[in-house]
Design a protein around this ligand. Sequence first.
Ligand SMILES: [Zn+2]
Length: 201
Amino acid sequence: MKKLIFILLVVTGAIFAQHDTSIVYLGDIDSTILTDVKYATSDNFTGKVLYPTAKVYTRKIVGEALASVNEYLKSNYGYTLKVFDAFRPLSVQKQMWEIFPDPNYVADPKTGSRHNRGAAVDLTIVDENGNELDMGTPYDDFTEKAHFAYPDLTDEQRKNRDILNEAMSKYGFTVLKSEWWHFDYKDWKNYSIIDFKLTED
Ligand SMILES: [Zn+2]
């Protein structure tokens, strides 16, 4: 009987772990990951301030995977991650869709974005001097050149995109074909769209 209870506890524990609904502040997991949240400023494709805070929030498990990627880049290249966006409230998704209703670049709020689940992240890499690597386009460049496999890049740009992709893939992330900076975490389907309200710092 004791054994059965133990097994039940382990099984239910595993189910709860898979359905983890926690959204955490990324800085609490790895304070060395740099951030530059464009949506907390008007310097983004909407021209509007969309977030009340420049703090990055994400699912705990996603944040932990990012910390592993950051550690990997640091020890192998001396590089650091710089995050532009992670968890995004559904209300902000609606505002973006009104301005740019192209499903190649902005998810329809009817189905929601993986950002709304806290399971996607937009990011780049900076070198040891704090300079962003040349990825061929800036963040949120809605052109074909931003496609991950765009063929007409310099060798340097190709190499930089590949380093980011290789490091992210190693820890469970998959790049979005149309955006070199966007990655989905492997378990994104386990996480529902969450109504976590961002507040001012
Ligand atoms: Zn994204």
